[in-house]
Design a protein around this ligand. Structure first.
Ligand code: G3H
Length: 195
């Protein structure tokens, strides 16, 4: 059966600065991951005739996928990270300090909380629908290089996790999660490629 490989982008410059959103490039660490990912994908999917690499339109995922050769790469806006609206570019500490009501509201209901002029997890789940339909139509493996919130939603869909758990699913950096749909449900395997 065709596997779906999902991974977050490598560590970005904004991850290092602890800023959310934005469109930064990878840190040196993140670039090291991108290279390891390319090796891994070549080994894992090298014998496949067809496979495709899907990224978001943001630099950090495009750059993470850029070392993978031999397969077509497709950019999806629907895979872009949750839009943090007025909080884009801030750290969580800054949000807590400058907009304490927003910080509290999100903490109380992270699934439904919508950033002012941005999105909620529910919004992200909804905009992922065309991506999910397309993944399910694929007959060859897909590598999805995306972002924490987006991958929580995708993972929850394939692993049949309840909505309320989505914003809290652990989605570590520098790890590939392989999802293999089978008769008894989806089988999952994790590969931590580096720290
Ligand atoms: O920049 C956004 C984060 O990747 C999403 O994390 O929903 O846990 O704040 P969070």
């Amino acid at each position: 059966p065709r596997p779906i490989l999902i991974t977050r982008h490598g560590e970005s410059q904004d991850n290092v600065r602890e800023r959310i959103g934005g469109d930064s490039f990878l840190s040196p660490n993140g670039e090291a991951y991108a290279k390891k990912l390319a090796e891994f994908v070549t080994k894992r999917l090298g014998s496949e005739r067809a496979a495709s690499i899907w990224t978001s339109t943001l630099q950090r995922t495009v750059q993470t996928g850029s070392f993978i050769t031999g397969f077509p790469r497709v950019q999806w806006r629907a895979l872009d990270e949750i839009n943090a609206g007025v909080c884009d570019g801030m750290t969580y500490a800054e949000i807590k300090e400058v907009m304490p009501e927003e910080y509290q509201a999100r903490k109380l209901d992270k699934l439904r909380y919508r950033y002012p002029r941005g999105e909620s997890y529910l919004d992200v789940i909804q905009r992922l629908e065309p991506v999910i339909i397309e993944i399910e139509r694929q007959r060859s493996p897909v590598v999805v290089v995306a972002h924490q919130a987006v991958l929580r939603a995708l993972y929850a869909y394939f692993m049949d996790k309840p909505l309320k758990e989505v914003p809290h699913i652990e989605m570590p950096l520098h790890t590939v999660i392989e999802l293999s749909p089978g008769a008894g449900g989806v089988y999952e395997k994790r590969y931590k490629l580096m720290e």
